[in-house]
Write a protein that binds this ligand. Structure first.
Ligand code: HH2
Length: 286
């Protein structure tokens, strides 16, 4: 165990995913035409499946499949289209990757179809605020649930994000999300929390949230964070999304030091290698 990380056991299908000993990696599989960093690259199901299998080979612990971009100003996708994009990819990756598959969606119908196809984790960037049926779907499946903080909606969130007490407000809203999950019958042990890097946050907000990540431990849940290739790194380095891997690694190592159990990233291989070293140092310091 690292000095700063409590252990958690997530039930994912018939298996248990142990979190805490080393930093787990959620590899991103975007089956979209318009994601901010890799839109269109894996819209074809065969390309998305190959990509997911490659991330598994590079050391991912979870594969997160998404069919709708959440980038600022992205066009909404219909339920039917999102199901059509993600279900074949979830089915193949659940059967062939050997890893738990997560479905990145805010919609109950999409989650239901993905869970039936073999997903065991639901990653909801709306923290159960957008679809009142989603919590019940997660509860009935016995799935794990990621609850993420977002100020506003993807359409408006980056217009003028402001907080009186950033970390306090993020914690309070995540606590409300945990409450919504419990009210829907989701086992609290199955819930992870995420401060939502880039979702209604300025550069300074993102840096403060990553720097003070360990304060989320008061929620008593495993912590997931997604800094991968995001605009705050681009702002600091003045580089496009494809050239933000070193910045992503720096953010992931800082997050691991501040209690992150899982990092959600595009560049699994480089982040895995970096975290192996970071985790060894943190374990030695424990
Ligand atoms: N970030 C994105 C999407 N889903 N889920 C969680 N839990 N945390 C995050 O930080 C997070 C997320 C945005 O990244 P990406 O999927 O690459 O982009 P897009 O939404 O444009 O597809």
């Amino acid at each position: 165990m690292t000095a700063r990380r409590r252990g958690f056991s997530l039930r994912v299908g018939g298996r248990v995913l142990e979190l805490g000993e080393r930093t787990a990696i959620m590899g991103i599989v975007n089956v979209t035409p318009d994601s901010f960093s890799d839109g269109g690259a894996f819209l074809d199901p065969a390309a998305a499946i190959d990509h997911g299998l490659r991330l598994a080979g590079e050391g991912a612990d979870i594969l997160d499949v998404g069919g709708e971009s959440t980038r600022p100003g992205a066009e909404p996708v219909s339920e039917q289209e999102e199901v059509r994009r993600v279900v074949p990819v979830v089915r193949e990756l659940a059967a062939r990757s050997g890893l738990p598959v997560s479905i990145d969606t805010t919609k109950a119908a999409v989650a239901e179809a993905a869970l039936a196809a073999g997903a065991t984790i639901v990653n909801d960037v709306s923290a159960l605020r957008l679809d009142p049926r989603l919590g019940g779907v997660v509860a009935r499946a016995g799935a794990a649930l990621v609850i993420m903080h977002m100020q506003g909606t993807p359409r408006t969130m980056q217009q003028a994000p402001r907080y009186d007490d950033l970390v306090g407000e993020v914690i309070a809203e995540l606590a409300a999300g945990i409450g919504r999950a419990a009210a829907a019958g989701v086992d609290p042990e199955q819930v992870l929390v995420d401060p939502g890097i880039g979702f209604g946050k300025s550069l300074e907000h993102n840096l403060e949230l990553l720097g003070r990540l360990s304060e989320l431990e008061v929620l008593g849940r495993a912590i997931l964070v997604g800094p991968s290739r995001k605009a705050f790194i681009g702002r600091l380095l003045d580089l496009p999304a494809a050239e933000r891997v070193e910045g992503t690694i720096a953010a992931c190592c800082c997050a691991a030091d501040r209690g992150a159990h899982v990092v959600r990233v595009h560049d699994v291989g480089p982040v895995r290698r970096a975290l192996r070293v970071a985790d060894a140092i943190l374990r030695g310091a424990a």
